[in-house]
Design a protein around this ligand. Structure first.
Ligand code: ATP
Ligand code: MG
Length: 300
């Protein structure tokens, strides 16, 4: 993956979409370089890489890293009162490299919980597939008679275990999250996730956008232990967004996320070996939808 040469920073980790850097050179008395475990600051740089079904696809979506970073920052600002991992660059002893200014976030390193906190407000995707067969979503029983794309009576919390890089995340029960992080943290993850989803759905609705579902990642603040919202938030990578007008007129396919990519891939790939290259038209349509979402939500 594409580790950049960023003055003042050294590359520490690459996920499917984002690259993490720590301040450099930080050499202690025995000559060790700082790692994610002992760094004071973290630079999260969003690339233009796009992933679907846990595969990183080629080519990237031009501008995606910058768009999603700006959207994340905007949402963090909307979520007044929810502690998050952002650090104001002006207060830090490090600088945001010019080269990645529009797609980097300066954050405090958290001790991340291995739980992907998924909230679903609508019946769609894997949730719809499971409901059709068993009447449940991630084991949670739902009323009979719901149709694909229907709004759920109440948003539901359906956590997943955050698998190490290269493995697939797996849906887990609430009880399993209690085993993983303890009862207090498990309840806080659930309640905070539902609360943020509810607030964000109202904000989106007012701008003609349906927030169908989303995923949060939280960690513990390293000095206070406080539950803190990390990662990206409410971007079109971590969330399903629909056009509200199209939705109410019955078209439940007008999405602002990477559904275009997923649909093309499932029609053109059997899931074996390396995924095919995305055609230019799919790349451009996806980029245009990402731009439209951010314009709608932020008004910019
Ligand atoms: P994976 O971590 O399995 O590679 P991913 O493909 O979702 O998953 P990215 O989203 O590309 O990874 O990379 C971001 C990584 O940074 C995630 O592992 C996320 O948990 C981690 N992360 C986000 N915010 C923080 C933080 N404040 N402190 C420590 N780690 C963080
Ligand atoms: Mg991620």
């Amino acid at each position: 993956m594409s580790a950049l040469d960023l003055p003042g920073w050294s590359h520490a980790y690459s996920g499917k979409v984002r690259d993490l850097y720590v301040p450099a050179p930080v050499v202690d008395s025995v000559g060790d370089v700082a790692t994610l475990d002992d760094t004071s600051h973290l630079l999260v740089v969003a690339s233009d890489r796009v992933s679907a079904y846990d595969h990183v696809l080629e080519p990237g979506i031009p501008g995606k890293g910058a768009l999603l970073t700006q959207l994340s920052l905007w949402w963090f600002a909307q979520l007044d009162g929810v502690p998050n991992h952002l650090v104001a660059p002006t207060t830090a002893p490090v600088t945001l490299p010019e080269q990645v200014r529009d797609r980097a976030m300066l954050v405090a390193p958290l001790d991340m919980y291995p739980v992907e906190c998924v909230v679903r407000g609508y019946l769609v995707g894997s949730g719809w597939a499971e409901y059709r067969e068993h009447g449940t979503v991630c084991g949670i029983a739902l009323p009979a008679g719901l149709q694909s794309g229907d709004r759920l009576p109440e948003p539901i919390y359906t956590p997943a275990y955050k698998a190490p890089l290269g493995e697939h995340d797996e849906n887990i029960s609430y009880e399993r999250t209690v085993e993983l992080v303890g009862p207090e943290v498990a309840a806080a993850l659930r309640d905070t996730s539902l609360e943020i989803y509810r607030r964000a759905a109202v904000v989106a609705e007012a701008r003609g956008v349906v927030l169908a579902d989303t995923k949060f990642e939280f960690g513990a603040d390293r000095s206070t232990g406080a539950l803190t919202l990390g990662d990206e938030v409410l971007t079109s990578d971590s969330s399903r967004y629909w056009d509200a007008e199209a939705y109410s007129s019955g078209d439940r396919t007008a999405s602002f996320d990477k559904q275009i990519v997923r649909d093309w891939l499932s029609a053109n790939w059997d899931g074996e070996g390396t995924p095919p290259e995305l055609p230019a038209e799919i790349v451009e349509r996806t980029a245009a939808r990402y731009r439209e979402l951010i314009e709608r939500l932020t008004g910019r």
